[in-house]
Design a protein around this ligand. Structure first.
Ligand code: NAD
Length: 473
């Protein structure tokens, strides 16, 4: 089949490469000429494990091309996948659909062949219906319809998730559209991937519901971490114990700094806003609390870090390990790590950030911070080390060697991912979110940190700690 993929960012570039890899002729389209140029040369414009190989292979075979021309796309595609961004609006919590609308508006005059427009971007329920009306108005004679096929890929595992998804959800308005999507995904369906054919509204809602559930699970365990901190209990043991119940499950129960990135935060806000428009805001009012718990982890982390630094960041040198919103990605959109680093800097610390892949993107957002090319350089002379993104590289660090370069061996593991006993054995004071300091640790006794009650809104939060979102508000 001949497919176009419109919007070749984190979602679209991977989708385009994977669709070519399963045998389709694919034309990727983006308004960003630099991105198109890089992709056309087989170079991913961002870091995603496995993307380079699959991109280069399919560009090389000629099955995958890229363009900035929607006219060319209109004349080429049997199916047009819409993969553009749907960020949060600047002045509200709702999704900004201007990029999705712009694709339909610009593509409509060029729809010269029978085709199906398939949205993969995350959108408010009702978008397929709205775009169908828009398309009929703009291209009344076109043999074209709209369907929604939400995407569930995880950055860091995007290639694998696209080629071997847990399920394919397809919201269509006709059996012809359904058959077209089954044909697109035929190799995956033959491999046993479940296909859930439904109406567009349900498909749109599946994505909103999935992300809401995941966000809720993360905020739930982070709420438990707060209770553990107040009571001396251990959230990791708690998560292990409740996670043994198969109805609960252990995945997504890692207490820490919370979620961020280009999806979960804006998606739960957009869902709550859309539910409000539909008159059922009460039904998902809990999502505001989920969001608040999540943002509070950033404030708590800054508060605990300040306590560990001796009550002030002024004159302190702080090493930050991790800038991206998650490991195995260079994506710093609404990154909790970067938000914490920025707040620590704002409160007077000299902050040295290391990230295996995301330093370039982080520097573009926060040029005032210092960026180190290796962990040792970031930690040299540090009064405090903050572990904020759980890259595998950090788990393998040598705490003995690092203890020799810092000024004070103090570590805050805000991801509960480092082996605290190893670090303590090397002389470090280790604090982790939701975990008590050990009663008898080998080596020097860690000082017990009194955790300040974190700033809810309106509390006496120090300047800078109540604006810990890097996404537009
Ligand atoms: P992104 O910002 O990385 O990519 C969007 C791309 O669209 C950019 O390259 C931009 O230049 C391009 N674009 C904007 N307007 C365009 C137009 N008119 N024509 C052609 N190209 C245009 O965003 P992303 O992370 O890939 O997310 C895209 C959508 O997918 C969002 O709705 C997001 O919520 C959803 N999604 C993302 C992920 C993820 O992990 N990133 C996972 C599932 C769903």
């Amino acid at each position: 089949m001949r497919l176009t993929v419109i919007g070749t960012g984190y979602l679209g570039a991977v989708h385009a490469a994977c669709m070519a890899d399963i045998g389709h002729e694919v034309l990727g389209v983006d308004v960003d000429a630099g991105k198109v140029r890089a992709l056309a040369e087989g170079r991913p414009p961002f870091f995603e494990p496995g993307l380079h190989e699959i991109l280069a292979r399919n560009v090389g075979s000629g099955r995958l091309r890229f363009t900035t021309s929607l006219r060319e796309a209109g004349g080429f595609g049997d199916v047009h996948f819409i993969c553009v961004g749907t960020p949060q609006q600047r002045d509200s919590q709702a999704a900004d659909l201007r990029y999705v609308d712009a694709v339909v508006d610009s593509l409509a005059p060029h729809l010269t062949r029978p085709c199906l427009l398939v949205g993969k971007s995350t959108v408010p329920v009702g978008t397929t219906g709205r775009l169908t009306a828009r398309l009929r108005e703009l291209a009344p004679g076109a043999d074209a319809e709209v369907a929604w096929n939400p995407e569930f890929l995880r950055e860091g595992f995007a290639v694998q998730d696209t080629l071997e998804p847990d399920r394919i959800v397809a919201g269509t308005l006709s059996s012809r559209a359904d058959e077209t999507l089954r044909a697109v995904y035929a190799p995956m369906l033959r491999a046993g991937v479940p296909y859930i054919g439904t109406d567009p509204a349900t498909a749109e809602l599946v994505k909103a519901a999935a992300n809401s559930f995941l966000a809720t699970k993360i905020s739930f365990i982070n709420a438990m971490a707060e209770v553990c901190d107040a009571s001396g209990a251990d959230v990791v043991t708690l998560a292990d114990a409740i996670g043994r119940d198969t109805r609960i499950g252990r995945r997504f129960l890692s207490a820490g700094l919370g979620f961020g990135g280009g999806c979960l935060p804006k998606d739960i806000r957009a869902f709550a806003a859309r539910a409000g428009e539909l008159g059922v805001g009460r039904a998902v009012a809990f999502l505001r609390e989920i969001d608040e718990i999540n943002m509070r982890q950033r404030r708590r982390t800054v508060d605990i870090a300040r306590e560990l630094a001796g009550g002030t960041f002024s004159g302190r040198r702080v090493a930050v390990l991790g800038a991206t919103f998650k490991p195995d990605s260079d994506d710093v959109r609404d990154s909790p790590a970067l938000a914490v680093a920025a707040a620590v800097h704002d409160q007077g610390a000299e902050v040295h950030v290391h990230d295996p892949q995301g330093a370039g993107n982080a520097r573009a957002v926060l040029p005032a911070l210092r960026y180190a090319t290796d962990v040792t350089a970031a930690c040299r002379g540090a009064d405090l080390v903050l572990h904020l993104t759980e890259w595998r590289d950090y788990r393998d660090l040598d705490p003995v060697a690092l203890a020799a370069v810092v000024r004070r061996p103090k570590l805050l593991d805000a991801r509960n991912a480092l082996e605290a006993s190893r670090w303590r054995a090397a002389g470090w004071t280790v604090h982790a979110l939701g975990r008590p300091a050990p009663a008898t640790a080998p080596g020097p006794q860690p000082a017990r940190v009194t955790i300040p009650h974190s700033s809810g809104s309106g509390s006496a939060a120090p300047a800078g700690t109540d604006s810990l979102s890097l996404s537009p508000k």
